[in-house]
Design a protein around this ligand. Structure first.
Ligand SMILES: Nc1ncnc2c1ncn2[C@@H]1O[C@H](COP(=O)(O)OP(=O)(O)OP(=O)(O)O)[C@@H](O)[C@H]1O
Ligand SMILES: NC(=O)c1ccc[n+]([C@@H]2O[C@H](COP(=O)(O)O)[C@@H](O)[C@H]2O)c1
Length: 284
């Protein structure tokens, strides 16, 4: 994207964010890729919620692998920036920079899908760039449903990593009773597609698969979970053994130390160029 169109886009997002923050809306779509798209009614909505700080190749893989299973214009992807996180305080970069990088991610995703599947531009899934003030998935899903942006019965498939699945199933997030019953409407109407994240903290593939087996066998019933929820959750392959772990934290560290080669192994070229040209994460 040319430098002046990037600056125009950043200014557009800065103004839209200001309006969103001042409004009482819990969710809003701020733009769509491609910008001039005719509105095609989606039959399935993939949602990738993240702080995109910055968007990494892991985000690309989570969203790209889902779209590759259903690479049609009747699939829609929503890249959703969480302006309030359940656990982490807000850090640089600014939200408008993250929205610009989300747009670059959306363009890269569509370009990769077109190249790998030989799909015509008009038949590719459209990608919405949205924002939400809601930190919990149950509330994000309700806010999306209530917005009227999509057909009311549309099934949402939330794309997450395994670490996030574990946190969704942690009763500490659900006062006042601190059990898992608040997940009922979410897992009745919607689904989770979870990318495994094998590492020291979250265990290997086998341990991650056991989470679903345990849920299906009623192992979480005492906390208010239903065994049939296991059928609403799909675990998919993440990084292979021996592959480097990719995270936004590592990308910020690479940018901070000026290691552009390492940065390029963690984010796409377009995102790397934006991070470097704007001097993002230098202050961290
Ligand atoms: N390498 C990865 N493998 C599997 N899932 C991932 C990976 N990186 C991110 N995700 C998932 O993508 C979603 C958004 O991730 P998030 O923005 O927290 O990325 P992160 O790299 O963990 O961020 P940070 O390093 O800033 O904590 C979460 O559901 C997270 O589990
Ligand atoms: N119980 C929940 O729904 C729950 C728990 C932890 C994090 N989250 C959300 O998951 C997303 C990713 O979180 P992190 O950036 O902390 O990995 C954020 O939007 C965060 O607010 C949701």
């Amino acid at each position: 994207m040319a430098a002046n169109s990037i600056q125009n886009l950043r200014a557009h997002y800065a103004a839209a964010l200001k309006r969103f923050v001042a409004s009482s809306l819990p969710f809003e779509v701020l733009s769509t890729e491609p910008a001039n798209a005719r509105n095609i009614e989606p039959k399935v909505l993939y949602v990738l919620d993240s702080s995109f700080n910055p968007p990494t190749l892991a985000h690309m893989k989570i969203a790209g692998s889902a779209l590759a299973e259903s690479p049609h214009s009747s699939s829609r992807l929503l890249l959703l920036l969480a302006t309030q996180n359940a656990d982490k305080p807000s850090k640089p970069a600014s939200f408008e920079d993250r929205l610009v990088m989300m747009t670059l991610l959306a363009q890269d995703l569509r370009a990769n899908l077109q190249a790998s599947r030989q799909i015509a531009q008009d038949d590719l899934p459209q990608i919405d760039i949205g924002v939400t003030k809601k930190p919990y998935f149950v509330d994000k899903a309700t806010a999306i449903e209530a917005s009227g942006v999509y057909p009311s019965s549309l099934e949402q498939i939330h794309l997450t990593g395994y670490d996030t699945l574990i946190r969704i199933f942690n009763p500490k997030y659900y006062p006042p009773e601190y059990n898992l019953r608040p997940l009922e409407p979410f897992l009745t109407r919607h689904r989770l597609r979870v990318m495994m994240r094998p590492d020291d903290e979250w265990g290997g593939r086998k341990e991650q698969e056991e989470f679903l087996t345990n849920l299906a066998q009623g192992g979480r019933e005492s906390e208010g979970a239903k065994r049939e929820w296991a059928r609403r959750i799909e675990l998919v392959e993440g990084k292979k053994a021996g592959e480097e772990a990719v995270s936004s934290t590592r990308a910020r560290q690479a940018a901070n130390s000026g290691d552009e080669r390492l940065l390029l192994s963690l984010v796409s070229k377009n995102v790397r160029d934006y991070v470097v040209s704007q001097g993002l994460y230098k202050e961290e």
